[in-house]
Design a protein around this ligand. Structure first.
Ligand code: GDP
Ligand code: MG
Length: 601
């Protein structure tokens, strides 16, 4: 089909505002998926997405729709996106593949922090944005206010905002027509290279039979089975095995061409050969498209396979996951008694949790994970500056001039009646308010600066609780700021167990140390003798607990019977205990303790 009959767009919004449900209605209206097959949030095809009820991946789908206005057939390429901040890299990559975005707002919630955040991303991409108020079927819906707020945010007139129910389908047909009318078709790239293939690789996945399948937005030219394609950044080439569209399952086609979104089966097996954001062409000398900015992880931790022999399997799993999740960072390391593992980096705690779950469910790999940590800096007396990714890299106090920690800018959107509570909460999380903006008649935006290590803990849950679900926030890196840090060490029977170490605020170290040893005490199996647990900073014990000795009742099977034998046995037990105690100085921690302390489920 000609370019002018193609529309490419994303659905973006705050989490749970109804993106995937709206996509369902589009699939239904365009007969892309039959009624019998269509189940709620159809595009959420990963098991984990269905179980958690959230979208984790972007999901492209191609729909053919005959407009009621001009009886003309159009190709509508839709990309459904995740709403949670941890997956915003998925959103930004989707936005680069389309010309327009539907910005959805739940009328019972109103505008939320991610509404603004996603809107700003779409604006930066120069996308045409259609504002839509959703869930108008609900009694609690405040349609007029939400419409007003959204119009203001988009700088549009109120009557340009659509109001729909993605659930009942009310007005979704009108919205579908508006997509054709309001969104621009793909533009012609006006230069002499236009006839040559230029496609943006925006996503990919590993297929055990076909190797790597890449998802592309074609900006110019065309590609068909058998063609030789070049990856302009990676400087590799391959012969195309198959091309086609997302229905949303892969459906082969003779060719895919300019303006379209589709897939290419590359036959490439090595995941490291592929880089998301690369440009695909049939001429290796073309200049690549801009691609994507590299994204830096927000927090780091260590992963060790529960089964130490599974290191290579874990490496392969990471490589395959990275094809779908380019924000994942991993690097092999060998730091603890747990064998070989990885330093891994994530965009947030949900991202971490989801990855651990995917490793388990898709690759059958169970993981031991250390505490996630932000990246600290240390300015050393020798004028060098180092990054500290884990407690093991913590420098000797004597070498350090000063420590720095990352501060983030928070944009918190709340109904104004919760101001006092949120103000208190921010103080507890060491945040300083920089600005208050009156967003609408009832909502305010608080701009604040806070240490990231505080925020990643449980700021989100706290904010949700005190605002009854109506508060939300977004995060952006701000700067590094001076801080007072110590390395908190955990000693078990006098011996430091590095894997439980933690970098903490000096003033909070005692409290945090106590928390860790109480948890340890909880999971530590009783031993023949007492085991001291200590939280230590610079050789000073800040907290101590003991695992009490278990008295193994060796006489139990003898009942009342022979007393001499019983005494003998007790003496023998005493002997044994003495020996064990001597040994205990070198004995290691039972492996189940690691499992219980470091397993995430
Ligand atoms: P997403 O996170 O933006 O993709 O949101 P989902 O599509 O997963 O929807 C979140 C929840 O809102 C689900 O329970 C949907 O059934 C519900 N939902 C979505 N749209 C509507 C609507 O128009 N009306 C009502 N009543 N519920 C809706
Ligand atoms: Mg969704």
């Amino acid at each position: 089909m000609e370019r002018k009959f193609i529309r490419n767009f994303c659905i973006i919004s705050h989490i749970d505002h109804g993106k995937s449900t709206l996509a369902d209605r589009f699939l239904e209206l365009t007969n892309t998926v039959s009624k019998e097959k269509l189940r709620p949030q159809y595009l959420d095809s990963m098991n984990l997405e269905r179980e958690k009820g959230i979208t984790i991946k972007m999901h492209p789908v191609r729909m053919i729709y005959e407009s009621k206005k001009d009886n003309q057939k159009y190709i509508l390429n839709l990309i459904d996106t995740p709403g949670h901040t941890d997956f915003s890299y998925e959103v930004s990559r989707s936005l680069a593949a389309v010309e327009g975005a539907i910005l959805l707002v739940d009328a019972t919630q109103g505008i939320q922090a991610q509404t603004i955040f996603n809107f700003e991303m779409a604006k930066k991409q120069n996308l045409k944005i259609i504002g839509v108020v959703n869930k108008i079927d609900l009694k609690e819906a405040n349609v007029s206010q939400t419409k007003k707020d959204l119009a203001k945010l988009l700088d549009q007139k109120e009557d340009e905002i659509f109001q729909i129910s993605a659930k009942t389908g009310q007005n979704v047909d009108i919205l579908l027509e508006a997509i054709i009318e309001k969104l621009p078709p793909p533009q012609k790239i006006e230069n002499k290279e236009t006839e040559k293939l230029k496609a943006l690789l925006f996503d990919s996945k590993y297929d055990p039979f076909f190797g790597i399948i890449i998802f592309v937005r074609i900006f110019s030219g065309r590609v068909k089975t058998g063609d030789i394609i070049y990856f302009l950044n990676k400087k590799i080439s391959s012969q195309v095995k198959e091309v086609g569209y997302f229905t949303p399952d892969l459906k082969a086609n003779l060719e895919i061409k300019e303006g379209e979104i589709g897939y290419i089966k590359t036959g490439i097996k090595d995941p490291q050969a592929i880089r998301i954001g690369d440009t695909i062409s049939n001429d290796e000398n073309l200049k690549p498209l801009e691609g994507y900015r590299q994204i830096e992880p927000v927090l780091y931790l260590s992963f060790y396979p529960k089964n130490p022999d599974a290191f290579l399997a874990l490496k392969n799993a990471f490589l395959k996951l990275k094809l779908q999740d380019p924000s994942l960072f991993f690097e092999s390391e060998k730091k603890y008694s747990l064998g070989q593992g990885f330093k891994v980096g994530f965009l947030g705690l949900l991202h971490t949790e989801i990855t651990i779950r995917r490793l388990k469910e898709e690759f059958n790999l169970e993981i031991l994970a250390t505490q996630p940590q932000v990246v600290f800096l240390a300015k050393l007396k020798n004028k060098k500056e180092i990054k500290i990714f884990s407690p093991q890299e913590f420098p000797h106090e004597g070498e350090v001039e000063e420590f720095l920690e990352p501060y983030y800018e928070l944009e918190i959107l709340i109904p104004d009646k919760y101001y006092d509570e949120v103000f208190k909460l921010l103080r507890n999380f060491k945040a300083t308010i920089k600005d208050i903006i009156f967003f609408s008649s009832e909502k305010i935006i608080l701009k604040a600066i806070a240490p990231l290590k505080e925020i990643i803990c449980d700021f989100y849950e706290n904010l949700k609780n005190i605002t009854q679900g109506y508060g939300s926030f977004s995060l952006k890196f701000s700067h590094y700021q001076k801080t007072d840090l110590v390395k908190l060490e955990i000693k078990i029977a006098g011996k430091t167990e590095e894997i439980f170490s933690k970098i903490a605020d000096r003033e909070k170290a005692a409290l945090e140390g106590r928390k860790i040893i109480l948890k340890l005490k909880d999971v530590f199996p009783a031993q023949q003798f007492a085991v001291p647990l200590q939280a230590v900073v610079s050789n000073k014990v800040l907290a101590r607990e003991d695992i009490p000795a278990k008295r193994k009742d060796v006489t139990a099977p003898l009942y009342g019977g022979d007393f001499t034998r019983k005494r003998k046995l007790l003496e023998k037990q005493k002997e044994g205990k003495k020996k064990l105690k001597e040994k205990s100085q070198i004995s290691s921690v039972p492996s189940e303790v690691f499992l219980k302390m470091l397993s995430s489920n």
